[in-house]
Structure formats: structure tokens, C-alpha cells
Design a protein around this ligand. Structure first.
Ligand code: NAD
Ligand SMILES: O=C(O)C(=O)C[C@@H](O)[C@H](O)[C@H](O)COP(=O)(O)O
Ligand code: ZN
Length: 344
């Protein structure tokens, strides 16, 4: 097992890469812990959790709402959870985002930790303290920055993940390579087959390196005033596509990264050859690369993105593979560049 630390103004988080869920008891007091999980994880892994009251939520982005949060508050009241209670979110990104938000707001905030059970949650969603829910159909509109005490990433639970969910995790791994580490992209290229069949050593390296990249950025800029914006590479288009089509987050981010790389090339930053290479890597990991909606629809959704400030939007571009930069673009500029970028 390897450990990393995320330091934020809201507290520090221990990231335990390769820890087993069978050792959970070393991190929590079961008499004080309430587990929040989803129906899949409850069915697959409940017998391996410590014996604690458990709140089980449904599946899918559609339940990442304030309504679900309110239902969890109700159950916490019923369980007589108090300020000495501890919330353990056990699941993918949806459980982590919701459980972290519930823990951060119930009774003005309880301590919490995560067991991240999807590849996407291990490499991204459980790390960095962004907790929240969607509102009015728009992504992550209500939330907080607040670090969990710990995150457990047990590689063995990834074996039960459906293939589509594994691929979604690779989208965020590729993102970390694209913004911060070209050698990671070389590694992803060289080890594609082993990575896709979840070879233990390969996946453990990719999870660790992803978390290392994200932990460094979050420690520098927890509240996303500058450097952290780069973690949003591919997300401006990605969130719009997710909202418009309901495809999973990782798939939408994969398409968003292809579009953002093409835009970077159009703006004279990234070489066309590099944009094409990134697209090849994303496609090689079985992810879609063409937007299933037209440009006008995406731009209309982007106008409501919470990263908009007046007529400007912070857009993450690539200078080269492995180095990102954030530019403020007006919607007119974005529209002008994108209308000359091939999107199909
Ligand atoms: N907070 C952040 O920094 C951050 C970062 C990235 C993504 N996110 C959010 O994460 C969410 C997506 O998370 P996700 O991709 O993990 O989706 P998810 O939580 O919906 O999980 C995907 C599916 O896999 C199932 N599952 C989970 N673990 C499993 C396992 N070990 N075996 C079998 N099935 C399992 C789940 O029940 C679900 O059906 C999005 O809402 C996205 O916005 C947040
Ligand atoms: O941690 C971050 O910062 C990220 O941007 C990571 C993203 O992969 C993630 O999808 C995040 O939830 C997006 O946050 P948002 O604030 O843009 O909604
Ligand atoms: Zn994301």
C-alpha cells in the first residue's frame, strides 16, 4: 500500500492506494460510523463492511440531487446520528460526491472518509474535496470544498466493474497525463492491453500517478482560483454533453478532451499531430471521441456553466501534451474557433 497526503485549508486527507477494504476497521470506529453506499455496492460488498448502520441510495447521475441529500438527512436523523458520528461514503463518484456533501452539511459538518470503488472515483472523484450535487439539470451546481479524512483505493474491487465504467476511469487518467505528464500518456500507449484488462501492477501505477498529480494540484490551490482549473480539462464541453445526452461522465470528458485539444490546435498552441495523438489514445481506450450533439447545443449549455464569469469562460487548453494553460475566452471567440473545428 502507498500513502499520499492532500493538504487543504479545509483539512488534510490521507490517500491509501492499494489498501484492502478488509482493513477498514483500522480507520473507523464502527459504533460511530454510518455507511452511505449504493445498491450495487450493497449487493456486492456489504458482507465485507464492518457492521454499521447503512444508508443505501439508488444509481445514476439522476439521483445526484438535493432530493437525495434530503432523504439521507432524514435517515441520519432517524438513526440519531450526532456530531460524534462519522460518514463513510463507499462507492463510485456519485456516492462520494453525495456522501461528502451530506457529511459536510449535516449538523454543520461531520468527519467523513471514502472507500472509492470505481476506477474513476479512485483516480479522481474521491480525491480533492469537491463534494456536491447537480441542480436544475446542471452539473455540480451546489457543493463545498471539504477534504475527507481518508480515501481507500482497493484495486481488487475494480474486478467487478462493468467494462464501460472501467473505460470511464481511463478518461480521467488520460486527462491527468494530458495536463501534467506526457510520459504517462506514453505509458498508457505502451500498456494499453494490460491496462484494459486491469493488470494489477499497471493499474496500481496509473491510480497512484493520477492521485499524485491531483494531490499536488489540490494542495497548491484547493479552492480552484488558478492551478486547479486545469483539472477541468475536457469538462466544459464534457459537462455540456453530459447534460444534453446523459452519457456517463467519463465518456463525456473523453469527447470534451478531443474538442479542447482541437481548439488548442486551432488557437496555435498544440500541434495538430499532438491533438490527433490524444484523440488516438482516447479512442484506443474504447471511449467515444465524436460529440453526439451539435455545436450550437453544446455552446448553449456552456453558457450556463458555473465557470462562466459574465461573457467569459475559463477554458483549459493544452500548450503541449503534458502541459495545460487556462485562457479566458469570450463566447464569441469560442464559437468562432469551434465553428472551424471538425466536430464530427
Ligand atoms: N468530486 C470530484 O472531484 C469528481 C471528479 C470526477 C467525477 N466526479 C463525479 O463522479 C460521478 C461519476 O462517478 P463514477 O463514474 O464512479 O460513476 P458511479 O458512481 O455512477 O458508478 C458507476 C456504476 O458502477 C457501479 N459500481 C461502483 N463500484 C463498483 C464495483 N466495484 N463493482 C461493480 N459496480 C460498481 C455503481 O453502482 C454505478 O452503477 C459524476 O457525477 C462526476 O461528476 C466527481
Ligand atoms: O477536482 C477537480 O477540480 C476537477 O475538476 C475534477 C473533475 O474531473 C470533476 O469532474 C469535478 O467534479 C468537476 O468539478 P466542477 O467544479 O467543474 O463541477
Ligand atoms: Zn471529471
Amino acid at each position: 500500500m502507498k500513502k499520499l497526503l492532500v493538504r487543504g485549508g479545509s483539512g488534510s486527507s490521507q490517500l491509501l492506494v492499494g489498501e484492502s477494504i478488509d482493513n477498514l476497521i483500522a480507520y473507523i470506529d464502527p459504533r460511530r460510523t454510518v455507511i452511505v453506499t449504493d445498491t450495487t455496492i450493497e449487493g456486492l460488498y456489504r458482507q465485507r463492511f464492518p457492521d454499521c448502520p447503512t444508508i443505501t441510495i439508488g444509481l445514476g447521475e439522476k439521483i445526484k440531487t438535493l432530493d437525495t441529500v434530503a432523504k439521507i438527512y432524514d435517515q441520519l436523523v432517524e438513526l440519531e446520528a450526532d456530531r460524534s458520528s462519522f460518514i463513510l461514503g463507499t462507492g463510485g463518484g456519485i456516492v462520494c460526491d453525495i456522501a461528502g456533501f451530506v457529511a459536510s452539511t449535516y449538523m454543520r459538518g461531520l468527519p467523513f472518509g471514502f472507500v472509492a470503488t470505481t476506477l474513476l472515483a479512485q483516480v479522481d472523484a474521491s480525491v480533492g474535496g469537491k463534494n456536491g450535487v447537480n441542480f436544475g439539470g446542471y452539473k455540480n451546481m451546489v457543493g463545498v470544498f471539504n477534504q475527507p479524512d481518508f480515501v481507500i483505493c482497493d484495486m481488487t474491487v475494480l474486478q467487478s466493474l462493468p467494462v464501460r465504467e472501467i473505460l470511464c476511469g481511463f478518461a480521467e487518467i488520460i486527462k491527468h497525463g494530458a495536463i501534467a505528464d506526457e510520459r504517462m500518456l506514453d505509458f498508457l500507449d505502451a500498456h494499453q492491453d494490460d491496462a484494459l484488462r486491469l493488470d494489477k501492477a499497471i493499474v496500481e501505477y496509473l491510480v497512484y500517478r493520477s492521485v499524485e498529480i491531483k494531490a499536488k494540484v489540490v494542495t497548491q490551490d484547493e479552492r480552484e482560483k488558478g492551478e486547479r482549473r486545469k483539472l477541468n480539462f475536457g469538462h466544459t464541453f464534457g459537462h455540456a454533453i453530459e447534460k444534453l445526452t446523459g452519457i456517463p461522465h467519463g465518456e463525456a470528458v473523453g469527447i470534451g478532451m478531443v474538442l479542447a485539444a482541437k481548439l488548442s490546435a486551432k488557437m496555435g498552441l498544440l500541434h495538430d499531430r499532438e491533438a490527433a495523438r490524444l484523440e488516438r489514445i482516447i479512442a484506443g481506450y474504447g471511449l467515444p471521441v465524436r460529440p453526439p450533439v451539435d455545436l450550437a447545443a453544446m455552446l448553449a449549455a456552456i453558457r450556463k456553466d458555473k465557470k462562466r464569469e459574465g461573457d467569459l469562460i475559463h477554458f483549459v487548453l493544452l500548450e503541449t501534451l503534458g502541459r495545460a494553460r487556462v485562457e479566458e475566452l469570450s463566447f464569441d471567440e469560442l464559437q468562432a474557433y469551434m465553428s472551424s473545428v471538425a466536430t464530427n
